[in-house]
Write a protein that binds this ligand. Sequence first.
Ligand SMILES: [Cu+2]
Length: 129
Amino acid sequence: MVTSRLTRRESGFAALAAILAGGVPRPAWAHAHLAAASPAVDSTVRGAPREVSITFTEKLEGKLSSIAVKDSAGRPVDAGNSALADASGKKLAVGLRSDIGTGKYTVSWVAVSVDTHRTTGSFGFTVSG
Ligand SMILES: [Cu+2]
């Protein structure tokens, strides 16, 4: 019947409205996601950067979070010293080897936020001469 179908649809809207209004927990929002990076995501920079840093949307567990950087052949070029970079708790940085040349690089990150949720991602940047 048309009436009951409408009622069901209305209750569906009510549930959706409750979710949008914050009526249920939203733990996914506390996960750490990339907010900004240096070099920037998909950017081209002149000359080799000395480090790669990423600022996340949440505070991180520094010991469980890391950044790895590889050249286009898949060789690691980071110094393996990922660590929180400032007092915000949201910025992670890793040094780069001093001898990296021009080309494309891939940054892969693992971020464990203080609520222990783990997120991962990757992006590229290019070093021009
Ligand atoms: Cu979370």
